[in-house]
Design a binder for this molecule. Structure first.
Ligand SMILES: [Mn+2]
Length: 237
């Protein structure tokens, strides 16, 4: 039986009538389907009973990209470079991630996903990558195609990522925030040469892999180098 993969919806502001759409990008859905899973979009809710039911129902969870995490979530004041965020959305995803972890179900994070997984486990974020120490490279890529790569991620030995790609992987990059203090039960599995955290994994028994780049953007390539990530995640489910 194909595993059911819960994907928390993203609150997207529809300017035409100022209403919020609970949405999910098609590339996430297609990547899950191609890997052999059945995607299920989960609405944003404050109902804990609903979150329990969703966690019980699904075999694995994909935490997708999106807006910034409100720094209140990790106990910091907003920096002037902070962009749009939504505390209700953060609280929903945090509760969902913590319950998925307690249930021991597989989880994969992408972009905002790596950030909110890190904060849900007690970590913190750089509110803008430029605030990190040293010379920071461009993480908002200039390539015309979002399925084109712009930087190299160096991979730690002994990680899931290393078993898939070896010592390094070129990836795309569309983020302005990044992991600062690492959350509990997590390890860093990939960084760019400027020290920016690009991938984390869980140290416990259940599958947890999160990346700062956007592997779902490669879905329409005939030879998709990122498919291994989704295949490995679905196999764990
Ligand atoms: Mn990057």
């Amino acid at each position: 039986m194909k595993p059911l993969i819960g994907i928390p919806a993203h609150p997207t502001l529809q300017e035409r009538n100022h209403s919020v759409i609970h949405s999910c990008g098609e590339n996430y859905l297609k990547s899950i389907e191609k890997a052999g899973g059945i995607p299920l979009i989960i609405p944003i809710t404050t109902d804990s009973e609903a979150i329990d039911r969703f966690v019980g129902m699904c075999d694995g969870f994909l935490i997708p990209g999106g807006i910034d995490v409100n720094p209140i979530t990790y106990g910091e004041a907003p920096h002037p470079m902070l962009q749009m965020c939504d505390l209700t959305y953060d609280r929903f995803e945090t509760e969902l991630i913590q319950k998925v972890s307690t249930a021991g179900k597989p989880m994969m994070g992408i972009c905002r996903g790596i950030q909110i997984i890190n904060t849900a486990f007690g970590g913190t974020l750089w509110q803008d990558v430029s605030l990190q120490d040293g010379d920071i490279m461009k993480h908002q890529q200039s390539e015309m195609s979002n399925a084109s790569v712009s930087h190299k991620v160096n991979i730690e030995d002994g990680t899931i990522l290393h078993s898939l790609y070896g010592d390094a992987l070129y990836t795309n990059s569309y983020h302005h925030q990044s992991v600062k203090k690492l959350g509990q039960g997590l390890r860093i599995s990939g960084r760019t040469s400027d020290g920016t955290v690009e991938a984390i994994e869980g140290t416990g028994k259940s599958f947890l892999l999160a990346v700062q780049w956007h592997p779902e953007c490669f879905i329409n390539l005939a030879d998709n180098p990122m498919m291994k990530l989704f295949d490995t995640f679905i196999a764990a489910c």
